[in-house]
Design a protein around this ligand. Structure first.
Ligand SMILES: *Cc1c(COP(=O)(O)O)cnc(C)c1O
Length: 405
């Protein structure tokens, strides 16, 4: 993509802006003041007891936290170990995304901003941002590729009902990666009044740290809940993802506990080849995209390759800096699931547990179903159930109709 490769100004404090070699701030000089202001504000407010209290109360009374940790008995039988589901589908909005948007909206308010901007592809992050903007009395403008607007009419309607302004982006392919570039450019010119609400653990520092911190509520809850239910830590935590926000949210509380295995499941798409997949750990390599060094799908000359999967929320070509680091150091297993197995996994979960998972979440489910030998009979596994599948119903039904022909 056309990224303005300004000087990497992270030289000043390389340890704090990176996870190993990953991350940094590969941005145009124009963006540096906004990033530094944000970094300073986050370091000031995130540990502040008053800020924390307001955030935690919002998560609880508005967002519905803590979410339950559910022992899924029939699914456990099918997989052959004891599986608990961390029910992020019960967070208001239907996924983990609100943990991050509420946190950043509150932060923006503390910083004296009046407006949030963001970009969205499938529309889910846009909706979560519109909700958080309303909850914190901030204006919201969402940049969206023209093709994505056509493909996601119901989320566009939701955002409009919530009062957000939708700005179509029609440069390049008219899809998400162009919207990210546009939003970063827009932010450079209006950061005095406006916060860019990054949707996942990606982008220039401090975004990956901010998003992971707000999502870490997931893992903190899991830790307390599993200790209460089982009296010991889980043997493994399994999560799906692309940028990595729900996975890191679940993993962060366990990274230091080497005996807890971490499985990250990305979108395998149709086949494991670079034209039909979103598996950036399997098929990609470190490169600079959207202001940070991360594992990304790219060709030999370093051009970012588009990702491909039926699951819109996993359709991003890169893996965030912290996730890239956990993978490269061997702390985390990088796995994938193919589209066909993902749709089957939706059916298995629906029929065994009465739960319809998001297609993203179904990647983690499919991985467990297809790799039972990874998990012993006496093991306790937590699957981060990142979201519900209502938004994917049409795609799911169409898949099984086509399958019947
Ligand atoms: C957006 C989304 C994801 C992927 O985003 P991450 O930042 O990688 O977590 C996963 N699951 C659901 C339900 C989502 O909505």
């Amino acid at each position: 993509m056309k990224l303005s490769k300004g000087k990497n100004s992270s030289n000043q404090s390389p340890k704090e802006t990176r996870f190993g070699e990953f991350g940094g701030r590969y941005v145009n000089e124009m963006l540096m003041p906004a990033l530094l202001e944000l970094e300073e504000a986050f370091e000031k407010y995130y540990p502040d007891p008053e800020f924390r209290e307001e955030y935690e109360n919002l998560l609880k009374d508005f967002g519905g936290r803590p979410t339950p940790l559910y022992h899924a008995k029939s699914f456990s039988e099918q997989v052959g170990c004891k599986v608990y589901l961390k029910r992020e589908d019960l967070t208001y909005g239907g996924s983990h995304k609100l943990n991050n948007t509420l946190g950043q909206a509150l932060l923006a308010k503390r910083m004296g901003k009046s407006r949030l901007i963001t970009e969205t592809a499938a529309g889910m992050h846009g909706v979560a941002t519109a909700i958080a903007g309303d909850a914190c009395e901030l204006e919201v403008e969402v940049f969206m590729g023209v093709h994505d607007i056509e493909r996601q009419p119901s989320n566009v309607d939701r955002m409009k009902l919530l009062g957000a302004k939708i700005t179509p982006v029609d440069i390049g392919g008219g899809v998400l990666k162009d919207a990210v570039s546009d939003t970063l450019r827009e932010w450079a010119s209006c950061s005095g009044s406006t916060h860019y609400l990054m949707g996942s653990t990606v982008g220039p520092h401090p975004f990956p740290e901010i998003v992971a911190s707000f999502q870490s509520v997931i893992g903190k809850e899991i830790r307390n809940q599993i200790l209460e239910k089982e009296g010991h830590l889980p043997d493994a935590v399994v999560a799906c993802g692309s940028g990595g926000s729900n996975a890191l949210g679940a993993f962060r509380s366990f990274v230091e506990d080497e005996e807890v295995r971490l499985y990250f499941v990305e979108g395998g798409g149709e086949h494991l080849d670079a034209d039909n997949s979103a598996a950036a750990f399997q098929l990609g390599s470190p490169g600079v995209i959207h202001g940070a060094l991360m594992f990304t799908l790219q060709d030999e000359s370093g051009q970012i390759k588009p990702s491909k999967t039926r699951s819109a929320g996993l359709n991003y070509p890169a893996r965030g800096p912290e996730l890239s680091y956990l993978y490269e150091t061997g702390r985390m297993n990088a796995c994938y699931a193919f589209d066909d197995d993902v749709f089957e996994a939706v059916k298995v979960m629906a029929r065994s547990e009465g739960l319809i998972p998001a297609l993203e979440t179904a990647h983690a489910i499919a991985y467990m179903l297809d790799n039972k030998e990874e998990f012993d009979e006496d093991e306790v596994v937590v699957l981060n159930y990142s979201g519900r599948g209502d938004k994917d119903l049409e795609t799911i039904l169409r898949y099984f109709e086509d399958d019947d022909d």
